[in-house]
Design a protein around this ligand. Structure first.
Ligand SMILES: Cc1cc2nc3c(=O)[nH]c(=O)nc-3n(C[C@H](O)[C@H](O)[C@H](O)COP(=O)(O)OP(=O)(O)OC[C@H]3O[C@@H](n4cnc5c(N)ncnc54)[C@H](O)[C@@H]3O)c2cc1C
Length: 417
């Protein structure tokens, strides 16, 4: 692998930047692989990297219908944290956060990992008690979290109007190690590291069908021909249910669009990620100075990567209530991503009814922060056929057996929001 360093940067700058090579091989597909991963997003690439690194499985292709980094992995609001409600989830997301902390060293790639802190604001006594319960679970798992009172919120995020008339802020729970990561760089970093270990990254290759022989899948039909595989993984985020239909089964998933927004750049004013529980709004300031924010899903089923005005208005209203200064800024860009909303608001990393076919999906609002641990858990499942202890609770069986995960379920209908 072409190593990156400060010395190298200086050398290339003096030489007119002519020495850089492509970060990964843009491979042509072979006729057959040991493992085919459908979807070159964060989870597909992280899984490919872990398969090669931890299990020595390098006869792997990652098939991406577009270009690496243009799916949800490059469309999200970049927030990472591990403040979850159930012990299993705290352990899983904390593993991810620890991997984020060493991501740049491990990948030799600058992903601008920034542990600027994330604070969840509360607005009622009941909400405080619920967050306190979450904080206690985190502490029992050895994960950091602090209570911040109203004055503390004002100090931390002066733009927040703690006395706002709609939902005044009573305080918040701060996870100092939470923060942001440059999203598309995560995909590029994993693609480069996986490719260097022999994985084929195949772009512009859409899977259009799954060929089955009885209970097994034997390969995938693609826009670049048939590709045979011993094992297949779907890691296609918002398209999980479409791929499952191609293989002949259904997933408890609905697809919705989630929007994000960025304003013009301003001076540094917001030094942490703020989430506004009452109005479903979250915001951080990017390294370029724009305020990046988002809210809830649009609420209607769609595969479109854009959103509607109704939710735009709702997000802006929530934002302007929480931070009145926001209403003085121009929103430069808005975009959307397709979300696979599972029925308990939690991911699915699982075997499927098809013998040699696995799925990583159902990430709902929060799969970006999960990418490093998602790769670890999914690679283990694909390589060994057994669930990794950290992700055993993400199996599909839970829906059939009625033991869905009691996290804050933000699926499309069971806990309609
Ligand atoms: C606006 C928005 C804000 C978000 N904010 C956050 C956040 O702050 N923090 C957080 O943790 N999460 C956030 N998320 C969620 C997070 O981005 C996703 O859960 C996560 O990125 C999904 O996993 P992925 O990276 O593998 O998906 P993707 O990057 O979408 O990867 C799936 C890939 O599969 C490809 N694909 C689909 N169908 C096919 C096919 N038939 N053949 C070949 N390839 C195919 C797609 O092109 C895509 O590249 C947000 C999402 C959105 C849209």
């Amino acid at each position: 692998m072409d190593l990156y360093s400060g010395w190298r940067l200086a050398k290339e700058a003096l030489g007119g930047h002519l020495g850089w090579k492509p970060a990964w091989r843009d491979a042509a597909p072979k006729a057959q692989y040991q493992v085919v991963i459908v979807g070159g997003g964060g989870h597909g690439l992280a899984t490919a990297y872990r398969l090669a690194k931890e299990y020595g499985v390098t006869d792997v292709a990652v098939l991406e219908k577009g270009a690496i980094g243009l799916g949800n992995v490059g469309r999200n609001t970049t927030i990472i944290r591990s403040n979850y409600f159930s012990s299993e989830n705290v352990r899983f997301y904390e593993t991810s956060l620890k991997l984020w902390e060493r991501f740049e060293q491990e990948m030799n790639f600058n992903a601008m990992v920034s542990q600027r802190g994330t604070i969840n604001l509360y607005h009622t006594d009941g909400q405080r008690d619920l967050f306190a319960r979450r904080a206690n679970t985190m502490r029992l798992e050895g994960v950091d979290v602090e209570h911040v009172d109203k004055a503390g919120v004002k100090m931390l995020a002066p733009l927040v109007d703690v006395e706002n008339g709609r939902y005044p802020v009573l305080g918040g729970f701060l996870q100092k190690r939470g923060g942001t990561v440059r999203h598309d760089a995560v995909a590029w970093g994993y693609a480069r590291a996986a490719s260097a270990r022999g994985v084929d990254i195949v772009q512009q290759c859409e899977v259009t069908g799954v060929r089955r022989e009885g209970a097994r899948a034997v390969g995938v039909e693609t826009t670049r021909g048939f590709i045979a595989a011993d094992k297949i993984l779907f890691a296609v985020a918002g398209h999980s249910s479409r791929l499952a239909a191609m293989a002949g089964f259904r997933l408890p998933i609905e697809t919705h669009v989630l929007q994000a927004f960025v304003t013009e750049s301003i001076k540094p004013t917001l030094d942490c990620v703020v989430t506004y529980g009452a109005g479903h709004f979250y915001v951080s300031q990017s390294d370029k100075g724009g305020l990046v924010f988002g809210g809830a899903i649009d609420g209607c089923n769609t595969y479109a990567q854009r959103g509607g005005f109704t939710m735009q208005e709702e997000v802006m209203a929530a934002g302007a209530t929480l931070m009145p200064a926001l209403s003085r800024l121009r929103v430069l860009r808005q975009w959307g991503g397709v979300m696979d909303m599972s029925m308990d608001g939690n991911p699915i990393i699982s075997r499927t009814p098809v013998e040699n076919l696995f799925v990583n999906g159902g990430w709902c609002y929060g799969g970006f922060k999960a990418i490093p641990a998602g790769g670890v858990v999914t690679a283990h499942l694909v390589a060994t056929g057994k669930p990794h202890p950290l992700g055993a609770h993400f199996g599909l069986d839970r829906f059939r057996e009625g033991r869905t995960i009691d996290e804050r379920g933000v699926g499309p209908s069971p806990w309609a929001h």
